[in-house]
Design a protein around this ligand. Sequence first.
Ligand code: BGC
Length: 434
Amino acid sequence: MKKRIVVLTMAVLFGLSAVACGSEGGSSSGGTDTSTESSSSGSSDSGTVANKDKPLVWFNRQPSNSSTGELDMAALSFNEDTYYVGFDANQGAELQGTMVKDYIEANIDTIDRNGDGVIGYVLAIGDIGHNDSIARTRGVRKALGTGVEKDGSIDSEPIGTNTDGSASAVQDGSIEVNGKTYTVRELASQEMKNSAGATWDAATAGNAIGTWSSSFGDQIDVVVSNNDGMGMSMFNAWSKDNDVPTFGYDANNDAVAAIAEGYGGTISQHADVQAYLTLRVLRNALDGVDVDTGIGTADEAGNVLSDDVYVYNEEERSYYALNVAVTAENYQDFTDSTKVYEPVSNQLDESSHPTKKVWLDIYNASDNFLSSTYQPLLQNYDDLMNLDIDYIGGDGQTESNITNRLGNPGQYDAFAINMVKTDNAASYTALLNQ
Ligand code: BGC
C-alpha cells in the first residue's frame, strides 16, 4: 500500500501552524490542535472547517453510474479526505458462484429432484443498477455456465421465466461430474423491487418463490439469491420445507444459523472489517494522521489489519474488504456477524483521539444486511474510536428522505454516506458545498 506522504506532510505543516497561531483548526483534517478540545462536547472544529473540507466516506453503495458501472470519481475525490469503503464485488461473486457449483457437484446424486437431467435454479436479483448485485448475478452465471457475453462482460439482466430454455440473456450450461454431463438452466430470475421502489426487497422475493414454485416447483433444484435477506425469505417461504438448497450473500446471523437447517451457504463480505474501515478513515482524517494508521500500519493501541482481509485501490480511493465463503464446513466460526474484528478491537485513547461528531445514514433502515449486521457493527466501533454518531435511517426509496435530514452539516465534523441510488452522490455533496 502506498502512503499518502504528501498529504500527511501538509496535514502536519498545517497542524503546526495552527498550534503556532493558537488558532482552532486550519487543517481540513482537523484534530491536530487538541488544546481547545473539550472531550465531552463531542465537537470542536465544526465551526471553523468548511463543510466541503470535512472528511467524507461513502460506504456500501459506491458512487457510480447505475447503467454503465463507471465510477463517479468526482464524488470519490470530493476532497482530500474522501474515500469509499465496500468489498471486492468480483472476488465475492466468484466465490458465490463456485460455492453453488461445488455444492451441485458434491450432491450430484440427489440434486436433480425430478430426474429430468436438468439442474434448474432460480435467481433473486437485488438491484439491477448496483455494482454488487450485477457482479453476483454474473458470478453465478459464469460458474454455472449459463452466462452470455454482452458488450465484453456477462449479461446481468433478469430473464423473467425461462423454463423452456429459450431466454436470450442466459444459455443452458453444463456440469460434468464423474464422466457424466448435466444441463444447468436458469429457470427464472427477477429484480426484487417492491411497488414503492425499494430494491433488494425480501418480501418480494418470498412472493416470487411462491409464484415460481406453484408453476414449476418440481424443476427447481437450487435457489440462489444476491443476498441473504431475499435468500432467507425464499428459504422460509418454500425451500426449507422442500429441501431445496438456497444460497445467499452477507452471512447475516439468521442465514448462518439456517445452514444447520439446510440453507446451502452464504458469503461473508467481512462487514466487521468494512465497518471498521468506514469509521477509521474518518478518524484518521480528523486526527490529521496518515490514512493508513490502524489499517495497514499499526496504531499506538495495536489496531492493524492484515492484507488478507482488505485491499486499497488508491486510484479509486476505495477500500475493499475481501470475502469468505460460509458453508456447512465452517459456519460455526461465523455465528455472530455483529462481533468486532479482533485485530482492530482496541479502544483509542480519548486524549489523543478526542470525541468528534459524525453524521451517518443507512439508505434503507429495513435492509436486512445493513440493519442486522452493518449498523450494529458500526455502533460497536464508534465507542472504540470515540466517534459520536447520529445514525439516520432512510426509507430505501427516495434520496430526499435522507438528504432532508442533512439540514445542518455545520454541526458535524465528518460524514458517512450510504446512498439510495449510486448515481446520486451530488445530492449530498451539493449540501456540503453550500
Ligand atoms: C448487501 C445487500 C444489501 C445491499 C445494500 C449489499 O452489499 O449484500 O444485502 O441489501 O448491499 O446496498
